[in-house]
Each structure stands twice: as C-alpha cells, then as structure tokens.
Write a protein of this length. Structure first.
Length: 325
C-alpha cells in the first residue's frame, strides 16, 4: 500500500472469508500521532506483540504510513503508524508531515503520544496546535509515554505540564518500552470502536509485504549504526527478493545516499560499517522470515534525493492525494 491509496478496503469489496464475523462486530481506525521519537512505532509493535515497524533513537525514523492490525473474534482495530509531526526542512520532511496529517482524516480515535520524561517546549506547543486544528470531533486519548523514565521529584510537574497541552477525552500514563499501561489502553480502545466490518483476516497483523519490511529493517540498522546527517540521507530500495527452493531467501538491497562523502562513511573503513549493518539486518530478517537469509547491500549516490520530487516519488515517498476518501 502506498500513502496515496485509501486506507481501508471498501466493505462492498470484502472477500467472503471475512463475512463470518459476528453481527455485532466492531472495527475502527486508531491514528497514532505525535512528535518524532516519542515512541509511536514502539507502542504499535508492543500492542501487536510483534515487530512490524522500525524503531530507533533517532528522530524521524518512520517515513511512511504503516498499518498494524489487532483483531479478536469481535473487534478489529487498525493502528496507523505515522511519521512524527515536525517543522519540515526538506521536501521529504514535507511529504512525511502531510502523511501524518492525513491520518487524522480516517481516524475513529486519535492517540497523541508525548514523551512525558521531558518538559514540553515550543515544538510540543506547535504539535498541539496542529492536532487541535486537524482533530475535528474525533475522540482523542493523550498518552504520556516513557513513564518508566519519569523522575519521582518531577513526576507531578511533568504530568501536569503535558496534560495542559491538548484538550483530551482521556489521558493515560504508559510505557511502550516495558508495556506498563498498554493492556488498559487496548481495553479503552476496544470500548471505543464503532460497529463495523472485519476488514482483514483475523490473523493478519500488517499490510506490508516482506520487501517493505526488509527495506525498513535495513534502514533501521542504518539509523542505529550511523550518526549526524547520514541516517536521514539514506533510502533503501529492494532490488531483488527471491525465496529459493532450498528454503533460503536472497535479498539484494540498494542503499541510496545524497553525496559521495556519505557513501564513504556508510561503507566505512574496509567496508566495516556496511558489514555491521548487513549482519544485524540479516539476523533480524532471518528471525522474522524463519528462513536463512542471504543479504547483499550496495551503496549508491542519488544526488540530493530528499529534495527532488521525481526521486522521492520513485522511492515511494508520495504525499497523500487531496481528494482521497
Ligand atoms: N524509556 C523508554 N523509551 C522508549 C519508550 N517508547 C519508546 N522508547 C524509545 O524511544 C525511541 C524512539 O522510539 P520510536 O518508536 O522509534 O519513536 P517514534 O515516535 O515512532 O519516532 P519517529 O518514527 O521518528 O516519529 C527508541 O529509542 C525507543 O526505544 C518508553 O516507553 N520508554
Ligand atoms: Mg516511528
């Protein structure tokens, strides 16, 4: 799925396999929004009990909309992971913010995450204004995340400062990292789902295919191992993805950077850096796919791709279309 396609299938087109849902089946869309690095993707991985989204300590890890699906017999919730709301400085940043803003339109419930361990600043204020502008009448839960990092001395002060930012229907203290408060959150969300169809099979957790997941995992390892402008200058394209008869999976990936100097850094002395990234990515892809994985990484310069509309489009960074329903 790309960011310019409708979020959910039209109920009239749903396959008959989903029609065994009970008559009082509930379903809905939960948009997960907030500033970069507050823990949106970590929360979705935690709720689903499996990793579907890339996570890193660097801001702006998530670049594309990604769905996580949580189902039981009676309810289906579609979580929309979004790029962080920020003041964009590149065209890629602009596309990312548009993708995040567009997620408000489809939502039955909006989850706004904040990092409660730090005092809110002007950027939080700006984020709160964006949320107020876009939420309409949609119910909003404010999640004060990273509760595990709350210092005792400043606990009340921090909670009060964050709670004052946004008008919410309910505020909850959670830790996406250790799971505190997440069961209560899921119960709260289930209770808020309207009557609706089962959009996806009960056992499906993501709409992403293995190519997409492979690209995200490789990019995550780049984010984890590199510093300064490198993490943000890398895009990953899967050139080949082959499941061989002997059970192995062969993946060829291209890592694009914006300049020659970045290429040198990403490859590293004697290829050390790219090797580290490859080893980490291969291990994780092996665990996810359950097969042994052969991973080839190549680095190429795609000059200033983050500012070039054509290159952004080629790499799948497309803004949502205005007339999407
Ligand atoms: N201590 C602590 N760290 C957390 C928690 N939730 C997330 N993190 C960490 O915060 C960092 C950012 O997490 P992400 O899930 O990538 O954040 P995000 O909001 O998706 O970030 P973007 O995709 O960049 O917008 C990672 O290093 C996480 O491990 C939490 O509850 N407690
Ligand atoms: Mg993210």
């Amino acid at each position: 799925m790309t960011d310019s396609q409708p979020l959910l299938p039209n109920p009239d087109d749903l396959d008959s396999v989903f029609e065994d849902a009970p008559e009082d089946h509930h379903s809905g869309v939960v948009a997960v929004v907030g500033r970069p690095n507050v823990g949106k993707s970590t929360l979705i991985n935690r709720i689903l009990g499996q990793k579907i989204a890339a996570v890193s300590p660097k801001p702006q890890t998530t670049r594309k909309r990604q769905l996580g699906i949580l189902s039981d017999e009676k309810t289906q919730m579609i979580f929309v992971d979004t790029p962080g709301l920020h003041l964009p400085r590149t065209r890629l940043g602009e596309v990312m913010v548009k993708v995040a803003e567009n997620a408000f339109r489809d939502a039955d419930v909006i989850l706004v995450l904040q990092d409660v361990s730090e005092m809110p600043d002007r950027a939080d204020q700006h984020m709160a204004e964006t949320v107020a502008r876009l939420r309409g009448e949609t119910p909003l839960l404010l999640l004060l995340n990273k509760a595990d990092l709350l210092s005792k001395a400043k606990r009340l002060e921090l909670i009060a400062a964050h709670s004052a930012l946004i008008a919410y229907d309910k505020a909850m203290l959670v830790s996406a990292l250790n799971g505190d408060g997440v069961d209560e959150l899921v119960k709260e969300l289930i209770a808020r789902m309207p009557l609706g169809p089962r959009y996806f099979p009960v056992d499906q957790v993501s709409e992403a295919n293995m190519r997409f997941i492979a690209a995200e995992i490789i990019r995550e390892k780049v984010l984890l191992h590199t510093e300064q402008e490198i993490p943000h200058s890398v895009a990953v394209e899967i050139e080949g993805y082959r499941e061989l008869e002997d059970g192995r999976t062969e993946i060829d990936a291209l890592l694009y950077v914006e300049r020659d100097t970045q290429k040198g850094i990403l490859i590293g002395k004697g290829g050390e850096m790219i090797k580290k990234i490859g080893t980490d990515a291969r291990k994780e892809l092996r665990d996810i796919s359950g097969t042994s994985v052969h991973l080839e990484l190549h680095v190429k310069v795609l000059k200033n791709w983050r500012s070039d509309p054509k290159l952004l489009q080629r790499l799948g960074y497309t803004p949502p279309s205005e007339d999407e329903s």
